[in-house]
Design a protein around this ligand. Structure first.
Ligand code: GLA
Length: 456
């Protein structure tokens, strides 16, 4: 697995998307691209909001991706353009420090995160390059369009500067560099974008990062459906609020069991220190944390810290306004969801006759936990998940950060056509805005391959 992303020879003939991208590139820059690179989006099958707590997740890459055409030159600048006219051109000097404005998340800042990741890792002065980006991952839909853009930019920058990094290193640095945009993501999206392989989902484990094949059952397919409510992770504080609540819950559990809270940041670290099983951690949460929301004062008192320490050590830039913290519910979700991921993997490995039903049940439990304990669903997603289940899915759940975006449903092969028809009728067609978005919002998906470089 310590291999580099593949370099594939590709033919433009018959590939309309690549041909269009090449034409646009030539018109814009008056030269041909030297190479292309792409990085896929992903759908997470189970394991939501637990990667930043240190727990394993189970995503697969989707066919939709970010594709970039690139030429290398001595202009001393990086020129960026996007096939989507909504996204404006941008040019940055290779010599200046790359500035990323967190308060104003523009499309090219994600690209610049990937550029910065390579620049810092390799300690280089960047080559000039011209790029045109083309994305087919629907933005703000929970399918990781932003991380795919970061990963694609990282790969482009590595290739343009003739550096060689393994997929694992690329995944790690691209995960870290997304914090420049202000989200404290956990690394799932970047890991699967680089480590995915066609035909298999992956169990992604952290510290150290590794990916193991998970063979999905033959009897069913996964269908993605977008609830059409957009959620932009970087533009709201929902996501970071949950990261903060998990961090505080970790410290409260540590304190209650005589560990040094200042040394622990993630719920998985508390489990490891206590040498406890996930079931024991769930029992500990019930014993130690109360379901009523915690105030700052109460947390400071228990942890013996001042209000200033609370702000500087526990909060992040966009969570300074928080006054109440639902520690019990968040920790319960995390330990429960971590256990469901392992059960999901075990069912896929042992292939019992009732695999599809068992996996569907786990997905349904995951959605309920996201909705009730983690509160990262929204009325549209809940409605859509309900419709998917009524339409023949054995399991259905929100995927990605939530608060909008997509659901993923597991549908027995023989029911796919009737499922698609019923969801279309019940969720999309009655609403003109959804109806207009339906084509790119409701589709069957198969595990796709990871990021790669294309040469003509
Ligand atoms: C976003 C983050 C991931 C992960 C999911 C929720 O996609 O980028 O790291 O936390 O949300 O599971």
């Amino acid at each position: 697995m310590a291999t580099n992303p593949p370099k594939l020879k590709t033919k433009l003939a018959g590939n309309e998307r690549l041909q269009n991208l090449k034409n646009t590139f030539e018109k814009k820059y008056g030269e041909s691209p030297l190479f292309y690179a792409y990085a896929p989006g992903r759908v997470n099958l189970i394991g939501e909001h637990i990667d930043y707590c240190g727990y394993s997740v189970l995503p697969m890459a989707i066919e939709q991706n970010i594709l970039t055409a690139v030429s290398v030159n001595s202009s001393g600048t990086i020129q960026l353009a996007n096939m989507n006219p909504q996204f404006k051109d941008f040019t940055v000097s290779c010599l200046e420090d790359i500035a990323i404005d967190r308060d104003n998340p523009k499309w090219y800042y994600y690209f610049l995160c990937g550029v910065k990741a390579i620049q810092e890792k390799c300690g280089i002065t960047l080559s000039g390059m011209s790029c045109v980006v083309d994305g087919t991952v629907p933005p703000s839909s929970g399918l990781s369009s932003s991380s795919a853009l970061v990963c694609c930019a990282g790969l482009v920058t590595m290739e343009a500067n003739q550096k060689s990094l393994s997929k694992l290193v690329l995944a790690e640095i691209c995960a870290k560099c997304e914090c420049y945009i202000g989200t404290e993501g956990g690394g799932m999206d970047q890991s699967i974008s680089f480590l995915a392989e066609e035909g298999t989902a992956k169990l992604i484990e952290f510290q150290p990062l590794r990916a193991t094949d998970v063979k999905l059952p033959d009897g069913a397919v996964f269908v993605i459906s977008n609830c059409c409510k957009e959620m932009n992770k970087a533009a709201s504080s929902h996501y970071n609020i949950r990261v903060v609540e998990c961090r505080i819950a970790t410290k409260m559990l540590a304190q209650a069991r005589g560990l040094d809270p200042s040394k622990l940041l993630k719920l998985s670290e508390a489990q490891k220190e206590l040498r406890a099983s996930l079931e024991e951690m769930l029992a500990l949460v019930d014993e130690v944390l109360h379901p009523e929301p915690y105030t700052r004062e109460e947390i400071c008192k228990v942890l013996h810290i001042t209000s200033e320490q609370f702000t500087t050590e526990l909060l992040s830039a966009n969570t300074l306004h928080m006054t109440h913290f639902k520690l019990h519910q968040r920790a319960k979700h995390v330990y429960g969801e971590a256990a469901r991921v392992l059960q999901f993997k075990a069912v896929c490995d042992s292939e019992p006759a009732e695999s599809v039903q068992l996996l569907g049940d786990l997905m349904n439990q995951s959605h309920a936990s996201c909705r009730d304990l983690y509160e990262c669903s929204c009325p549209e997603l809940d409605q859509l998940v309900g419709i998917c289940l009524k339409s023949g899915a054995v399991g259905s759940r929100l995927t990605g950060a939530g608060w909008g975006g997509c659901a993923v449903s597991m549908v027995p092969n023989e029911k796919v056509e009737s499922f698609l028809h019923a969801v279309r009728e019940a969720y999309y067609l009655p609403d003109p805005r959804r109806a207009a978005m339906e084509k790119q919002s409701l589709f069957v998906t198969k595990p796709g391959g990871g990021a790669a470089v294309f040469l003509e």
